[in-house]
Design a protein around this ligand. Sequence first.
Ligand code: PRP
Ligand code: ORO
Length: 454
Amino acid sequence: MEKKEKFFLEIYNLGIIKFGNFTLKSGMNTPIYIDFRPIASRPNLLIKLSDLLIHNVPSYDFELICGVPYAALPIATTLSLRSKIPLIIKRKENKGYGTKRMIEGIYKAGQNCLIIEDVITSGDSLLKTIIDLEKEGLIIKNIMSILDREQGGIENIKKKGYNIRTLFRIKEVFKILKNKSFLKKKEIHMIQFFLKKNNTKNIQNKRISYEEKKEKISHPIGKKLIDITLKKKTNLIVSADLIDTKNILKLVNLIGDRICGLKLHVDIINDFSYSFINYLKKISEEKNFLLLEDRKLGDVSSTNSLQLHYGIHKISSWADIVTVHLLAGSMSIQNLNIPSNMGLITISEMSSYGKLSNDNYIRKVLNISLKNPEVIGTVAQRKVDDRLLLFTPGIHFYKKENNVGNRYIHPIQAFKEKGSDFIIVGKAIFLSENPKMMAEEYRNAGWKAYENEL
Ligand SMILES: O=P(O)(O)OC[C@H]1O[C@H](OP(=O)(O)OP(=O)(O)O)[C@H](O)[C@@H]1O
Ligand SMILES: O=C(O)c1cc(=O)[nH]c(=O)[nH]1
């Protein structure tokens, strides 16, 4: 038996293949989860694994070793100890204190670094590590992974020009286990289901169309937003951060035909009144766009409910959509008693510099969003499950950042890199000398960026 095959059967006994219902880092659901983490507690197996990896690296000209955090860290460390090649450590997040470095250890720009990954699904975690190492001037010539789930990740990395090898491929591993009769009938069925579902490579790269998305969205307001988008061929939402009603109405009359949504902060309007909101509602119906109140509720359910229904703004009486933070947990958006034609957008991840949300928080918000039927979508800086609409603020053609922490991306980046469904543009339109023309330009750019990803 080949050494590598023998090794796999050895680690299989540690329970590294798990069958059940799992959500992956990329948000995908899967019946199979590969978990190499228990190997860290078996020094002999760690040594065997690192020796196998080192024998499969295509060239030995690397001067540093780095693991993709966290699962690959003990493996990269063992490899470093065995080969005597120095280890550097990549953090998942900047600590925000101390040296605030993302890469720890001793290295200098120009050095060649070998990256170790445990499992590759989309390749996004690996890419994040590559980007952070390259920011430090390090050169990435070789990447080794233990297992490729054959879901497009390796191809994504190769397409970007990197040299990557994997010890195992998932189909090969299933074959080994089946031949050795290691699998139960139920497990074989789960594997067959997994393979059938994942037989299209690069699912990560393709986005689904608005029509397909509409089928996956259950909330009527989510469906309505998509209908408007398709009818008007616009995914542009304009953020009207203006402090008087006259200027908001003036802007809306100029851009109303070009947008699918208007985002407001009603609490900044000096002369807010019901006649204003009634008039705005009338225009939104005539010109066919939705009203989003960016209230960012963030309290417990009872307070959120009061803020939605009472006070001078009575948001629930006119807004089609309201934004919410989930800092207070999943129950904070239960029992809000909102009308059935009003939807919620959760804030999973802001676009600002120094935002406090980490991967764990973001994933939890996304999970809660998927489970609550009143949530139509979310604000995030990453691809999310197709059952959520993804809203991307911080859009600007030219600006990258300002001096108060806002960060901006181009509509192309929003659709290509973040998998956006709707772009939210503010200052670039309402501060421009010609808001009508700018709205048209952003509308065209957003639509083209969407079509290019299909
Ligand atoms: O190719 P991708 O779609 O990025 O998914 C694969 C990544 O997911 C896991 O990391 P995760 O951060 O979930 O867990 P960890 O902290 O235990 O490594 C795994 O260890 C890979 O690094
Ligand atoms: O994609 C993931 O998050 C993932 C898949 C897998 O099989 N194992 C793992 O650790 N992560």
